[in-house]
Write a protein that binds this ligand. Structure first.
Ligand code: DGJ
Length: 721
């Protein structure tokens, strides 16, 4: 709900459990007042908070910004020496600005974002227009509020209302000014095969920067950060999470001022960013989803999970039973032929697996990773009978067929590159920095996107394909487009991502029955922007059942478990060489969109029975994966047990899955207190053969099983009727 005191210019935004309050101060600038647990009554409309929080200028004139000024969108060059939210240069070179309130309106839903990912529906949006007193620039600050969510969505739209061009050097999506900086900050950092490891550090004085300048959101840092009160835990205390709905280079900064206030802001990374705004043009920044939680990190995660499922992921897919996939990558890598693929399909069908996904290596001259990318036509020499033959074989076995693409890339050894070397990002004459022997196509160019759209569409029309895995295996270097003029080269990285979104938009619209999965060398682009188009994402190339407990734990901080594609793979594991029981691999993969990625023809009967059993049990709990609430019970980072729990919204069903990392002789008793149940309902824990009330299970808990190294267990919990 949005309440406005038009006279005092106080704006009160109420979500499910929070209030966000801003007002226009005496100097005409838009100022932060309050963000936190819902405030009762109309107190704030009497400006109680505005009065108590009004800054003390300490000799500065409030007409100007100064170091303590809690700006809703910080401007540059008027005495506020902290990082601004925007920085732009007018044609005469002058770059100071002073934004004051101009107007506001409340609209249903959100402003038009085109193919830039955004909250799809519902909500009310407050749009406040600020006008620069020193130039012809205007900024609209948008705040979308949902009655059923603790997520508030923000973005900024910058408009050049004059005739002369303006160069944007920075255009963040949001700025949040908090009165104190007594927080720690959590980021999800990592690397290939070890994505999204939570790390919490104090903010201290100065700036903590969580960012990627790689042209993609990256393995190294997720476009998410949370600030945590020192008392914040998994289950209680206050935190504020920020999740950028964006897949390109980003930055989130937390800056503690010398006066002790905290400026948290973020958006497109300003490093290597420039954008020319001609007269009359606007620049739309990506949305940022902010979540205030008074119920610790767990509360924040559940709100983000609901937000993604309800507002970002394609509504036709968000709650759809996911295909149970067998993917041939770890089974064959590039070394396959028709017979090999058919034998995997034959082995998969009786186990309950419903979709076969043919991974890398089916097209062009692609027998290793040195050639072929860009040549999206089937290699009939390798795959006799082509894709049609594989699709038909799947259909005969009652299965669906999926296909891997890497649409954004090209190998120099490809027909595409030989014909169009200028299609690649980089400067001719400068040796390109190759990663995985490949270059990036210049998706800032419409003709390149059109070309790939046609090529991929042709394949998707050629036979019955119901699933696409969209991979992306390198990040940007030599940021240069042959087609952009000198002064627009700084636009390349953002234009590239807009091109990716455009292609994703066109393909997902043209093929509405195809299920799209995202991937980037594992989870190198696991973000809200991708989730808008791809309902699940390959979480990591590390499929080891212990490493995955950590990766999935971290990913669940701000994404729903249904967004995580999780496969059971072979042992010794290809990434870690670790051996874990097949049952454990199945249990850990059941905490997401489960699937398989191993050579099924090499399994013995016992193993096949185990997989059959896993799939049957998964079908009993997949509704919890799709719709349930996640409770992280025991962390693999600081204990010998990993344990998570999914609870249905009506609290009638729950699923606990855990892994004991090491067997320990004469170990202590570890008791886990369940969470999220209805204290007054009685439940059966199937595997333990007991019944108990929610109160007992939550307060007294259950004894964790003593299992050998990497042993895993599940508890299926149902309400006694
Ligand atoms: C990286 C992906 O993460 C893998 O799953 C696989 O698709 C390979 N690329 C294929 O090249």
């Amino acid at each position: 709900m949005i309440k406005i005191d038009n006279k005092k210019k106080v704006f009160v935004l109420d979500g499910k459990n929070y209030s966000y309050i801003i007002y226009v101060n005496e100097a005409g600038t838009l100022q932060f007042v309050y963000y936190g647990k819902k405030v009762d009554g109309d107190d704030y409309l009497t400006s109680v908070y505005a009065k108590t929080l009004a800054p003390e200028p300490n000799g500065f004139n409030i007409d100007n910004a100064f170091n303590g000024m809690p700006s809703e969108y910080a401007f540059f060059g008027k005495g506020d020496y902290r990082a601004p939210s925007t920085l732009f240069v007018r044609e005469d070179g002058f770059r100071a600005s002073r934004f004051v309130y101009k107007s506001h309106e409340v609209v249903d839903g959100a402003p038009d974002f085109g193919s830039l990912p955004h909250a799809r529906r519902g909500g009310k949006t407050l749009c406040i227009v600020l006008k620069d007193e020193l130039s012809d620039m205007e900024i609209s600050l948008n705040y979308t509020v949902f009655d059923d969510s603790d997520v508030i969505v923000r973005n900024a739209i910058l408009r050049n209302c004059g005739k002369n061009k303006v160069r944007l050097n920075k255009a963040f999506s949001f700025c949040l000014e908090l009165p104190d900086a007594q927080y720690d900050i959590m980021r999800l950092q990592g690397r290939w095969a070890q994505e999204r490891m939570p790390e919490v550090t104090p903010i201290g004085k100065g700036t903590v920067r969580v960012d990627s300048s790689q042209g993609g959101s990256s393995h190294a840092m997720n476009p998410f950060a949370a600030i945590l009160r020192k008392t914040c835990t998994e289950t209680s205390g206050e935190c504020i999470g920020v999740n950028l709905i964006y897949s390109g280079s980003f930055a989130i900064t937390a800056e503690a001022s010398c006066f002790g206030a905290l400026r948290l802001q973020g958006g497109i990374n300003d490093l290597n960013f420039e954008w020319i705004l001609d007269g009359g043009e606007k620049f739309v920044t990506p949305q940022a989803a902010l979540c205030y939680s008074a119920e610790g990190l767990g509360g924040m995660s559940r709100e983000f999970a609901d937000f993604f499922r309800n507002y970002i992921i394609n509504p036709d897919r968000a709650f759809m039973r996911r295909p149970i996939v067998i993917n041939n990558w770890e089974a064959t890598y590039f070394d396959f032929n028709r017979e090999k693929l058919f034998s995997i399909i034959d082995a998969a069908a009786p186990l309950g697996i419903d979709t076969f996904v043919l991974d890398d290596g089916w097209f062009g001259k692609r027998d290793d990773d040195k050639s072929g990318l860009g040549d999206w036509f089937v290699n009939e020499k390798k795959l006799e009978g082509g894709l049609k033959g594989v699709a038909e074989h799947c259909a005969e076995k009652g299965m669906k067929f999926g296909l891997w693409f890497e649409p954004e890339m090209v190998n120099e050894d490809s027909d595409l590159y030989r014909a169009h070397p200028d299609f690649a990002i980089g400067k001719r004459g400068v040796t390109p920095s190759r990663q995985r022997n490949q270059l990036i196509l210049d998706f800032s160019r419409k003709d390149v996107v059109d070309y790939i759209y046609d090529a991929v569409s042709k394949v998707l029309k050629s036979c019955n394909i119901s699933y696409v895995k969209w991979d992306m295996n390198r990040f940007m270097t030599e940021f240069y487009s042959e087609k952009l003029p000198y002064e627009r080269q700084g636009e390349l990285a953002h234009r590239y991502i807009l091109g990716v979104y455009d292609l994703a938009h066109r393909l997902t619209s043209a093929f509405p029955n195809v299920f799209f999965e995202g991937c980037a060398g594992g989870g190198g682009r696991f973000d809200g922007g991708m989730l808008y188009y791809f309902s699940q994402i390959w979480t990591s190339d590390d499929t080891d059942a212990f490493e995955r407990t950590k990766i999935q734990w971290g990913t669940s901080m701000c994404y729903p478990v249904s967004a995580m594609s999780c496969h059971v793979s072979a042992c010794p594991n290809h990434q870690t060489q670790r051996i874990t029981p097949l049952a454990t691999r199945g249990i850990i993969a059941s905490l997401g969109a489960t699937g398989y990625e191993l050579d099924l023809t090499k399994l013995d009967d016992c193993e096949k029975e185990e997989i059959k059993r896993q799939i049957a049990s998964y079908k009993n709990i997949d509704e919890l994966v799709l719709r349930g609430d996640l409770y992280r019970l025991s962390s693999p980072f600081n204990s010998n047990y990993f344990c998570e729990m999914l609870v249905s919204k009506d609290k009638s069903q729950a699923y606990v899955a855990g892994e004991r990392i090491h067997g320990v002789p004469c170990d202590l008793n570890y008791i886990i207190k369940l969470k999220g149940l209805d204290p007054n309902k009685r439940y059966t824990v199937k595997e333990l053969g007991i019944t108990a009330s929610g109160k007992t299970l939550e307060n007294a808990g259950l004894l964790l099983p003593r299992l050998p190294d990497f042993g895993a267990w599940t508890w299926n919990i149902t309400e006694c009727k």
